[in-house]
Design a protein around this ligand. Structure first.
Ligand code: FAD
Length: 279
């Protein structure tokens, strides 16, 4: 069972608890992106089992009739096993999701996986006419070229700053530079992406810049933030009419994810400490 201190960041251990979390988000006007926790399977069994769990999840989301979709990590469905296993599992998930009219996001992992991930998403984007979207990272130097490629692919793109510690040969390492590039890429997306822009950030500066760009270009956009991070802002933006999606992970592999959230920010560490000592 997940201890109460991790409940802030994780929507329970089961698909049932995750769906019920999205039901409660929907009551506040926020939609849910569900991610089954798990990554880096080096054998096919784990990857196939998680792909099957996603197929079952999209049916649960459809049956519950909630404003929800899913987000999948490539290494969770076999990219470390082989490109073929990854594609097979992603196709299977997207096929089931398309039948239920549920959108599928593909998270982006470290730069060694970018080509294979984008190739699969671009093929599926054309085949399904856009029921699949992908995340791109502002810290990677290749991302302006990737966005140029994605501009002609049906589907949505989520822009994030990038969570992986990448080598300087492929990535911008200074935060100020990543922020500058993030702004430039946002502007490019608002100008070129008719299907809409997904702003994956908690940064108030980026969120208000996205609003300015929306006013200037008229391109639809959505804001995506993590469960447990700036949830007040998520609800406030939704109340103002912004399309807000909360990325909510769930599943029994919650510990590593929780630990990452606690380590990345002082406030989260204090929250965990307070929960442990009961203040
Ligand atoms: P930062 O640059 O970390 O912080 C800027 C400002 O935002 C802070 O000064 C503060 O004002 C505010 N802020 C940030 N965090 C907090 C907090 N915890 N509490 C309060 N205020 C805060 N990365 C990938 O590499 N691949 C992915 O597929 C991916 N998917 C993501 C999906 C979603 C929905 C989100 C939100 C992020 C995802 N990320 C992904 C992570 C992303 O790359 C960043 O590491 C992460 O979002 C931190 O960057 P930031 O833009 O939120 O703000």
């Amino acid at each position: 069972m997940i201890p109460p201190i991790a409940n802030k960041f994780v929507a329970g251990e089961t698909a049932e608890s995750a769906v019920s979390h999205v039901e409660s988000l929907n009551r506040d006007g926020v939609s849910g992106i569900l991610n089954l926790l798990g990554e880096h399977y080096s054998d096919r069994r784990g990857a196939d089992a998680d792909a099957e769990a996603y197929v079952s999840l999209v049916r649960d989301v459809a049956a519950a009739d909630i404003d929800g979709c899913i987000s999948v990590k490539p290494s969770q469905i076999g990219i470390d096993v082989s490109d073929g296993v990854f594609r097979e599992n992603l196709n299977r998930i997207v096929e089931a999701a398309s039948e239920e009219d549920i959108f599928v996001w593909v998270d982006m992992e470290d730069h060694t996986t970018t080509n294979v991930t984008l190739d699969a998403v671009c093929d599926l984007g054309h085949e399904t006419d856009g029921t699949v979207g992908v995340c791109v990272q502002a810290n990677l130097k290749r991302t302006p070229d990737d966005l140029e490629r994605l501009a002609s692919v049906p589907g949505k793109v989520r822009l994030v700053k990038g969570a992986y510690n990448e080598p300087a040969s492929v990535a911008h390492k200074k935060k100020a530079k990543v922020d500058e590039v993030y702004r430039d890429l946002l502007e490019y997306m608002f100008a070129e992406f008719d299907d809409g822009v997904a702003v994956g950030s908690h940064d108030p500066a980026m969120l208000s810049y996205a609003r300015e760009l929306h006013d200037e270009y008229g391109t639809p956009y959505e804001v995506q933030m993590l469960m447990g991070v700036r949830e007040d802002a998520q609800r406030e933006l939704a109340a103002e009419g912004v399309d807000v999606w909360q990325y909510a992970p769930y599943g029994d592999k919650w510990f590593q994810y929780f630990y990452r959230r606690v380590r990345e920010r002082k406030e989260n560490a204090l929250f965990a400490l307070r929960a442990v000592v009961g203040v």
